[in-house]
Every structure is written in structure tokens, then in C-alpha cells.
Design a binder for this molecule. Structure first.
Ligand SMILES: CC(C)(COP(=O)(O)OP(=O)(O)OC[C@H]1O[C@@H](n2cnc3c(N)ncnc32)[C@H](O)[C@@H]1OP(=O)(O)O)[C@@H](O)C(=O)NCCC(=O)NCCS
Length: 176
């Protein structure tokens, strides 16, 4: 891709992020492939605030950060979870909630920032993820970042009453 990736900043979550998050999770295009309860909205505003408080207190095992675009606009979230400090690997999750910023390289830019945080700050060796087989847009982004497929997780998510296969992908520190 010839043109430069947009600039993003990752910052710790703030309680005022809850309103944006709650609003974004009303949008099925944003949540369709996210591991969330099968109802709209998936979480109430109070549950969203409760979750953000856990992330701020780091009591839920998540390193979840807000994604800001170059105009400091809050556009989504990216996280590392299931952090295995013994084997030095963790699982990445990402969502661009503000659709005005989707499909313009912000997802890729945010992943590069979080991957380097994982390798540099958390001392990880591998960052992996699980993506639903029909989430083509995300799979394309992940491949652009340098993720490689490790295998198929059969019937790994129950989505709207149907089991969906997921692909496990990973990127190693040596790959960067
Ligand atoms: C998955 C997701 C984070 C990807 O982010 P995105 O912003 O949509 O996509 P990207 O960051 O990959 O942007 C790629 C687009 O940016 C454009 N772009 C601009 N500059 C670019 C650059 N330097 N390099 C690559 N792409 C660039 C490309 O044209 C590309 O569009 P194309 O695929 O039509 O060619 C986003 O689609 C999303 O949040 N989806 C909903 C939640 C979800 O499914 N999350 C993943 C669950 S596993």
C-alpha cells in the first residue's frame, strides 16, 4: 500500500469513553463479529461503565486502550488479554467503533501500536487472535499487519444460535 498509514494514539481508558462505547455497540456492523452477548445493545450503559472501571483498575486481565485519531477523536478500542506471562504470549482484540474512520488504515495503525506495546512493554514473544472465518475485512487487515494463520478452530463461537469456525492467527516478535 503506497500511501502512509494514518497517525493514531493509544491511551488508557477513561470513564467518559463509556458513552461512545455504548453507542458503538448499538451498531451491528461493529459488533457482528465481536464475542458479545447476542442482544442489542449487548451491554447496558451501566455494564459498559462497570467494564471500563475494571479496565482502568486493571482487575479483569485486560490491557485495553482507547484509539484516538490524529484529531484526538476517540474512534475505537484495542486490547491484549489472556496474557500468558510464562509463555510470553497474549491475545489481541480490536474494534473501530466510529465508522467514519473504518477502512482507512486506522485499524492497521492501531494494531502496530498495540503490537509494539506488547513486544516492548509487556515483553511478549507472540501475539495471537481468533477471527471468524467470514470476517473478511478483519482477516485482510490482519494479513496486512503480518499475521499468519495457525489453524482453524472448529465451531468456536455460537453466533445467533449458529456455531461459527474461527481462524487462529499470530505474529511473532521475530516477524516484525
Ligand atoms: C477489523 C477492523 C479493526 C479493521 O480496521 P479498518 O480500519 O476497517 O481497516 P484497515 O485499518 O485494515 O484499513 C484498510 C483500508 O485502509 C486503506 N489504507 C489506507 N492507507 C493504508 C495503508 N498505508 N496500508 C493499508 N491500508 C491502507 C486501504 O485502502 C484499506 O482498504 P481496502 O481494504 O478497501 O483496500 C475494523 O474493520 C473493525 O473494527 N471491524 C469491526 C469489529 C471487528 O470485527 N473486529 C475484529 C474482530 S476479530
Amino acid at each position: 500500500m503506497q500511501n502512509k498509514l494514518p497517525k493514531v494514539i493509544l491511551r488508557e481508558l477513561l470513564m467518559e469513553d463509556a458513552n461512545d462505547r455504548y453507542k458503538w455497540c448499538m451498531d451491528l456492523e461493529v459488533t457482528r463479529h465481536l464475542n458479545m452477548p447476542d442482544r442489542t445493545p449487548p451491554f447496558s450503559l451501566d455494564e459498559t461503565k462497570g467494564w471500563i472501571q475494571q479496565c482502568i483498575n486493571k482487575t479483569n486481565g485486560y490491557e485495553q486502550k482507547a484509539i484516538l485519531a490524529e484529531d484526538s477523536k476517540h474512534i475505537g478500542w484495542v486490547d491484549l488479554k489472556n496474557i500468558d506471562s510464562l509463555n510470553k504470549h497474549a491475545e489481541l482484540g480490536i474494534a473501530i467503533g466510529d465508522k467514519n474512520y473504518c477502512g482507512k488504515g486506522y485499524g492497521i495503525a492501531a494494531m502496530y501500536e498495540m503490537i509494539s506495546f506488547g513486544f516492548q512493554e509487556l515483553g511478549l514473544n507472540k501475539i495471537w487472535l481468533r477471527v471468524e472465518v467470514d470476517n473478511e475485512k478483519a482477516i485482510k487487515s490482519y494479513k496486512r499487519v503480518g499475521y499468519v494463520e495457525e489453524g482453524i478452530l472448529r465451531q468456536d463461537r455460537l453466533r445467533k444460535g449458529m456455531y461459527v469456525d474461527r481462524i487462529r492467527m499470530s505474529i511473532l516478535k521475530d516477524d516484525m
